[in-house]
Structure formats: C-alpha cells, structure tokens
Design a protein around this ligand. Structure first.
Ligand SMILES: [Cu+2]
Length: 119
C-alpha cells in the first residue's frame, strides 16, 4: 500500500520530465520565442554540440530552424507549445553564419528570424 503510493508520487513528479518543460539545461543557450520574434535574435555559440533552450512565452506554437547561406537546413526543433519550454540539441555545427527562423506559416515574414554565429 505504502509502496504503491510512493510509486504514484514518483510517477507524478516525472510527468514533466524529458526534454520538455522543467529547468534550463546546464550549458544551454536560451532563446525566448514570442509573436513574432526570437530574443535574442542574434546568437553566438561555439562550434560542436550546441544546446538551445527554447522558451515559448507567446500565445501560439513556435519552432526554431537553422539554415546555412546556401539555404540548406541543418536542423529544426520540435514545435514548442505556448507556455512550454524544450531542449533543442544540434550536433556538429561548423563555424559560420546561419539564419534562424520559425517555420510556422507567416512567422518568419512577420519578423521571427535572426542570425546564429558559430565560432
Ligand atoms: Cu513562430
């Protein structure tokens, strides 16, 4: 009986785990998303594995895509629901300058874009 109650508490505590919600991962770069911008919109990170912490403070879902100067998309995050936060890991980004933008219809055109510099 007691063990079952304990297991239930553990299950409830773990419900918000995984890569969604929770706290900002160590060493991550936070990007806050609202309608219609990223803050900051200019990001600089070291090359290699990059961990973004996407915080949606807006009222609709957003994502973050990374595209190089030849319009090749390197990575696209999961969709982050309004009020949610998600970890977005990108492995092996070479040094360079990239565009970041939201892939949701009309968001980039409304200003939801920025620049990612990988050093
Ligand atoms: Cu968006």
């Amino acid at each position: 009986m007691k063990a079952a109650a304990f297991a239930l508490v553990v299950a409830l505590l773990c419900a918000c785990g995984g890569s969604s919600g929770g706290n900002q991962p160590a060493g991550s770069t936070q990007v806050t998303m609202t309608e219609f911008k990223f803050a900051p919109s200019t990001l600089t990170v070291p090359h290699g594995k990059v961990i973004f912490w996407l915080v949606n403070s807006g009222s609709v879902a957003h994502d973050l895509a990374i595209q190089d100067s030849s319009n090749n998309r390197l990575a696209t995050s999961d969709l982050v629901s309004a009020g949610d936060s998600k970890e977005f890991d990108v492995n092996d980004i070479p040094a360079g300058t990239y565009k970041i933008f939201c892939t949701q219809q009309g968001h980039e055109a409304s200003g939801m874009k920025g620049t990612l510099t990988v050093t």
